[in-house]
Design a protein around this ligand. Structure first.
Ligand code: HEM
Length: 421
């Protein structure tokens, strides 16, 4: 049987529905167990197909018939998204280009060429070399944590989970320390989406990146900007100017917000599961496994960006037509009982799978997270250092008082108030 929205067999789901934003895992489980694809509604956008079963999410992320760039779909009448954003915000088109020329936005040969230029900086070996520096940054932040407490309570998100990854990715890429505060503000403004803050943020990021590029050209350093400037200057066909600026911006943006929320979600999950926390304190060698499990159970990315089939494709019992937007819901696949025994249970001893873990939290396929090894390492360092330093660490609010949202694609806490003793 082929279901289509006109059949009305399953009511579409609003992705900004309060209940879904508050508890996406239950809401997506309902969609998943309905046995078919269901439409998701996002205000102001075309309806999307929600893909929530583990095997189906993997299919969409790994099958070359699905692309990230809708303009690659043959015969597709593509709405000029850039023109729409320009009309709504007044942003000059050369700045808007940075929103659609990143690694995650392109497919095929362009994607392979761009990814090859940066993948060396993020291999397991290069990441392992960074570990002592990540530990040093984490320890320094923890030194200052008691001073940040007000009435004995400190927001771990603001004072630890956020500053750690931004310091690491900025050092790796080459953003000077005194400019990092501005980068955080610009990135928060972009994360807030369409609005008056978007234009100055995009302009600020692009102009500042160009300035840094100029400086590194004159005075090379041991960072990724210097490496990319060299590639651009030696062979512009491999990396043009817009791509160079976009790469720097997108690496910094992709590299901190998500990791901060893995550290925040993970700490909150451990503090609300005393048995798991005690097991981890007793056996710190379980930390890498715990990070895999926390990525599966409360990973900060609930759904990837949209994919588009280049031809009609049947998923489960639904015929998805060429060009129709499909949303791979990682949070649905990661809690699928067909893939995991007792999937809603947090179990830090769970087998994470083979060389590349089985969970979907970093995506799968060609667009698999470039920074996965780095993010995992940062989280390992963060949990290890935090638990060792503060044996009496506990939440300062009840689990019910922890607030997530409001972005339906992201599982982000607003704050993590804790007592250190
Ligand atoms: C891609 C999650 C940390 C850089 C992705 C994707 C996911 C993801 C789900 C796939 C998106 C898609 O298929 O549409 C996460 C999570 C992180 C994290 C949960 C932290 C816990 C990082 C870090 C970096 C990074 C530290 C630093 C460089 C990227 C890049 C891509 C990507 C560049 C695009 C790769 C491509 O399209 O080839 N990430 N990420 N991420 N991530 Fe991460």
């Amino acid at each position: 049987m082929t279901l289509h929205p006109s059949d009305g067999a399953h009511a579409p789901v609003s992705l900004v529905d309060e209940e879904l934003v508050r508890d996406p895992f239950t809401a997506y489980a309902r969609v998943r167990e309905s046995g078919t694809l269901v439409r998701g509604l996002i205000p102001g956008a075309d309806p999307v197909w929600l893909v929530t079963r583990y095997d189906d999410v993997r299919l969409v992320l790994t099958d070359p018939r699905f692309v990230s760039d809708v303009t690659a779909v043959p015969g597709q009448a593509v709405p000029d998204v850039v023109e729409q954003i320009r009309a709504a915000t007044g942003i000059a088109p050369e700045y808007l280009d940075h929103l659609r020329r990143g690694l995650g936005d392109v497919d095929g040969a362009d994607h392979t060429r761009l990814r090859r230029l940066v993948s060396r900086a993020f291999t397991a070996r290069r990441v392992a070399e960074l570990r002592p520096r990540v530990e040093e940054i984490a320890e320094r932040l923890l030194d200052r944590l008691p001073e940040a407490a007000e009435n004995g309570v400190v927001d771990l998100l603001r004072h630890f989970a956020y500053p750690l990854p931004i310091a690491v990715i900025c050092e790796l890429v080459g953003i000077p320390e005194q400019d990092r505060g501005r980068w955080r503000e610009w990135s928060a403004a972009l994360a807030a989406g369409l609005g008056p803050g978007m234009e100055p943020a995009l302009r600020g990021l692009a102009d500042h990146t160009r300035e840094l590029i100029g400086r590194r050209r004159a005075e090379p350093a041991d960072d990724l900007i210097t490496e990319l400037v060299r590639v651009h200057d030696e062979d512009g066909d491999r990396l043009d100017e817009t791509e160079l600026v976009t790469m720097v911006i997108s690496l910094v943006l992709a590299g901190h917000e998500t990791t901060a929320h893995l550290i925040a979600n993970g700490t909150a999950a451990l503090l609300t599961h005393p048995g798991q926390l005690a097991a981890l304190r007793r056996n710190p060698e379980l930390t890498p496994r715990a990070v895999h499990e926390l990525m599966r159970w409360c990973g900060p990315v609930l759904a990837t960006r949209m994919r588009y089939p280049t031809e009609d494709v049947r998923i489960a019992d639904t015929l998805v037509r060429r060009g129709e937007p499909v949303l791979p819901v990682l949070a649905g696949g990661n809690r699928d009982p067909r893939a995991y025994q007792d999937p809603d249970r947090l179990d830090i001893t769970r087998d994470p799978g083979g060389r590349r873990e089985t969970h979907l939290g970093f995506g799968q396929g060609r667009h698999y997270c470039l920074g996965a090894a780095l993010a995992r390492q940062e989280a390992e360092v963060a949990f290890t250092a935090l638990l060792r330093r503060f044996p009496g660490l506990r939440l300062a609010v009840t689990a019910d008082d922890l607030r997530h949202g409001p972005n339906p694609g992201a599982w982000h806490l607003a704050s993590v108030p804790v007592r250190l003793q």
